[in-house]
Every structure is written in structure tokens, then in C-alpha cells.
Design a binder for this molecule. Structure first.
Ligand code: HEC
Length: 142
């Protein structure tokens, strides 16, 4: 005879839900750990076969400009910071730069919506390291 107690039936449904939630949590945690590992790791030696400038032109210069000055329509529209200034280079440490590239930016500053998507599915960690090095190469030299 099937269990006639509806309370019991609901209870077992709940426990299935709980298990599913737990599983989802584990998967999300694993994904986050991977992202954090790629963000927090020390910059690896830039592999010779990665052309950071090429990646930059393909994915970043529309908003940030050819040399990080954000002298583009999109850059001006979103008041994107100029990466070639000492202030900018000081404001963002390596972890912050990599994190922005991995997860993106979505904020409103002085009433201006600033949005950049995350590139974790498009760029390999080595490519992100190479972009970081490229961005650092624009720091003013004096
Ligand atoms: C659709 C436009 C757009 C594209 C494309 C874009 N960004 Fe951004 N990026 C932004 C905006 C907007 C901000 C926030 C600007 C600010 O606050 O000065 C930003 C900020 C940043 C920052 C600073 C971190 C922060 O928290 O503000 C870095 C580093 C950065 N972008 C790197 C990149 C790289 C590398 C690429 C290419 C892989 C890229 N961006 C592509 C729009 C873009």
C-alpha cells in the first residue's frame, strides 16, 4: 500500500530539494574556487605565443582605446578611466585588474552606468596575465 500520509510525502520531497540545493552549492563553490585561483594567482610568465596586443584590439579597445586612454565613443560615454595615468595605475592592483577582466564591472558612478562583461569564458588565465602586463606597460615612466 502506498504511504497515505501527505505530510511524509512532502517531507521526502523537501529532502530531495535540499539535496539538489546542496549539489548546486557544491558546483557553484567549485566554480568560484577556480575563478579565485585564476584571479589570485601570481602572474605567470607570459607565454611567448600570446599576443596581448592582438587580444586587446579584438576585445578591449572599443571601450578602453588602443592604448588604454579610453579615448573612444564608448569610453567617453561610460567615463572609463585612463589607464596611462599614475593615478589609475595606483588605484587598481593586479588582483583588482584581473578580477575585473574575469568577472566584469557593473557599477554606477556619478550617475553614469559603467558596464563591462566578464571574460572568464573567453580568455585563458595566461591571456589575462598577458593583458595585465600590457596594461602595466602603459604606466607613465619617469
Ligand atoms: C563595453 C566596453 C568595455 C569593454 C569591451 C572592456 N571594458 Fe574594461 N571597463 C569598462 C568600463 C565601463 C569599466 C569601468 C570604468 C571605470 O570605472 O573607470 C572598465 C574597467 C576596466 C578595468 C578597471 C577595473 C575596474 O574595476 O574598473 C580594467 C582592468 C579593464 N576594464 C580591463 C579590460 C580588458 C582587459 C578588456 C578586454 C578583455 C576590457 N576591459 C574590455 C568597459 C569595457
Amino acid at each position: 500500500m502506498p504511504d497515505p500520509d501527505p505530510a511524509k510525502a512532502v517531507g521526502s520531497k523537501e529532502s530531495v530539494m535540499k539535496k539538489r540545493l546542496l549539489l548546486t552549492g557544491v558546483i557553484v563553490a567549485a566554480g568560484l574556487a577556480a575563478v579565485i585561483a585564476s584571479v589570485g594567482g601570481a602572474p605567470q610568465a607570459v607565454a611567448a605565443d600570446i599576443d596581448a596586443a592582438k587580444v586587446w584590439v579584438a576585445k578591449c579597445n572599443k571601450c578602453h582605446g588602443d592604448t588604454g586612454k579610453a579615448d573612444t565613443k564608448m569610453g567617453e560615454k561610460m567615463a572609463v578611466g585612463n589607464m596611462t595615468t599614475a593615478e589609475w595605475q595606483k588605484k587598481y592592483d593586479d588582483v583588482a585588474i584581473k578580477k575585473a577582466v574575469v568577472v566584469g564591472v557593473d557599477k554606477t558612478e556619478n550617475g553614469v552606468k559603467k558596464k563591462m562583461k566578464g571574460y572568464k569564458d573567453e580568455l585563458k588565465p595566461e591571456e589575462i596575465d598577458a593583458l595585465l602586463a600590457l596594461i602595466r606597460s602603459w604606466a607613465p615612466k619617469n
